[in-house]
Design a protein around this ligand. Structure first.
Ligand SMILES: [Zn+2]
Length: 426
């Protein structure tokens, strides 16, 4: 029994941490768009009605306008210059940006490796590797031609029509650059090309909704790259600038502990050797806390792509996630980001008169990008057994629920779409 003094005042309204008042959130994400993600994993998710986000490399998609290229002066000038000037702070990014586009097969891996070394601060090793590449090129040690990185080749086969169909089913298609480039090894013009032109193809083929999220390849959190990428895509899985969000990345051994931030984004990557019980324990942790967003990262499926997992294992895993549906909100990466930002920006006003509760929900975000309904929780007088909720043209009958603070209703509300009224019904 509740004492009267403990009851929350009728009309008190909050936006729940997650949609539908769930305890936690889960987003399933796939990188690289390797073919088996669509041929093997997607049918499993369609069967279970599980949403997901696919970070796709746009260059190999049939019909894309933009392919990989080097943005800069003619590469022969750069090759010539390398004869007399070794790689250094001034020329490294230009040479590393051009490395895959010198007109030879087998050079892209030098870009990938040197870019990674440069990101980790091993500049001398990165310079040395560039010098070795350009020396071999000058000595004619590579076969002429063009060869993209393995991730690019494994993504060949999907079409924009395929992605339009997936998007219509509720899947989020998002950018993973044009060629899966190693961005810390690119100069600004080439980073912009990889991200802006990938966005342009997605915008033309799928529309603005799918230009929201992006994952810069290899999970880099390089500050210079992030600062450019944030201005092109509102949501990066790599890292987000929000002061209210704690992020635990895939490489970290940390588990979501206590925090003074409102939310924790906990990224876990399942690889070939990850045991299913461990993967299930991540879901349990997210369900047991109230501030945790589990972001799962998958790459290869059934033998194709980086660290492949089997679609049979995914089937069992996704069924497990589905079984926790009353505790976990399963949604795309973009939708969970939208929800958190809308909630953080939300202003809730409440007034009461003549047995009617009126709630106003507003925020200053751009409605074109942030259009997800928020879940509101409003305490109602103890005598109310059923509640009618009206916002604009929507009229709903809500069941009254009860927690330790009193009787309440949960409902979906659109920000800026007019006042919401709650009245008692019989
Ligand atoms: Zn990738």
């Amino acid at each position: 029994m509740l004492c009267k003094g403990q009851q929350t005042a009728a009309g008190t309204t909050t936006v729940t941490e997650w949609q539908y008042g769930r305890n936690g959130a889960v987003s399933i994400t796939y990188d690289d768009a390797s073919r088996n993600q669509f041929l093997k994993a997607l049918p499993v998710m369609e069967q279970l009605k599980i949403p997901a986000t696919f970070f796709v490399i746009t260059g190999p998609i049939k019909g894309s306008k933009y392919q990989g290229k080097f943005v800069g002066r003619p590469v022969r000038e750069i090759i010539k210059e390398s004869e007399t000037v070794p790689a250094n702070d001034q020329n490294f990014l230009e040479r590393c940006s051009a490395a895959g586009y010198l007109g030879y097969i087998g050079t892209i891996s030098y870009h990938t490796q040197a870019g990674g070394m440069y990101d980790r601060g091993h500049k001398d090793r990165a310079f040395k590797l560039m010098d070795s590449l350009y020396t071999q090129v000058r000595h004619g040690e590579f076969k002429p031609g063009y060869e993209p990185c393995p991730e690019y080749k494994e993504a060949i086969g999907s079409t924009w029509d395929d992605f339009r169909k997936d998007a219509a089913e509720g899947y989020e298609i998002a950018s993973h650059s044009i060629t899966h480039a190693t961005m810390p090894g690119l100069d600004e013009a080439n980073i912009r090309y990889e991200l802006e032109k990938s966005r342009e193809d997605i915008l033309r083929e799928l529309g603005p909704k799918y230009t929201f999220s992006c994952e810069v390849p290899y999970g880099y959190e390089n500050e210079r790259v992030m600062q450019i990428a944030y201005k092109i895509y509102p949501a990066l899985r790599n890292r987000m600038p929000e002061p209210w969000l704690k992020e635990i990345d895939r490489a970290s051994k940390q588990t979501p502990g206590t925090t003074d931030k409102d939310y924790i984004q906990w990224q876990r990557g399942a690889t070939t050797k990850t045991p299913l019980p461990l993967m299930k324990s991540w879901v349990d942790t997210a369900a047991a806390k109230n501030n945790t967003w589990l972001v799962l990262v998958f790459h290869g499926i059934d033998g194709l792509g980086y660290e492949p997992v089997s679609s049979t294992l995914l089937d069992e895993y996704f069924q497990y996630i589905r079984s926790k549906e009353d505790q976990l909100w399963v949604a795309t990466f973009g939708d969970v980001t939208r929800y958190m930002r809308e909630r953080e920006a939300a202003k809730v006003n409440m007034s009461k008169n003549n047995g009617k509760i009126t709630v106003k929900l507003t925020d200053s975000l751009d409605r074109k990008m942030y259009d997800l309904p928020l879940t509101l929780k409003t305490y109602v007088p103890s005598g109310w057994k059923k509640v009618k909720e009206i916002q604009g043209k929507h009229i709903r009958q809500l069941p009254v629920k009860k927690d330790e603070k009193g009787n309440y209703v949960l409902y979906q509300a659109e920000s800026g779409a007019g006042a919401i009224t709650l009245t008692k019904t019989l």
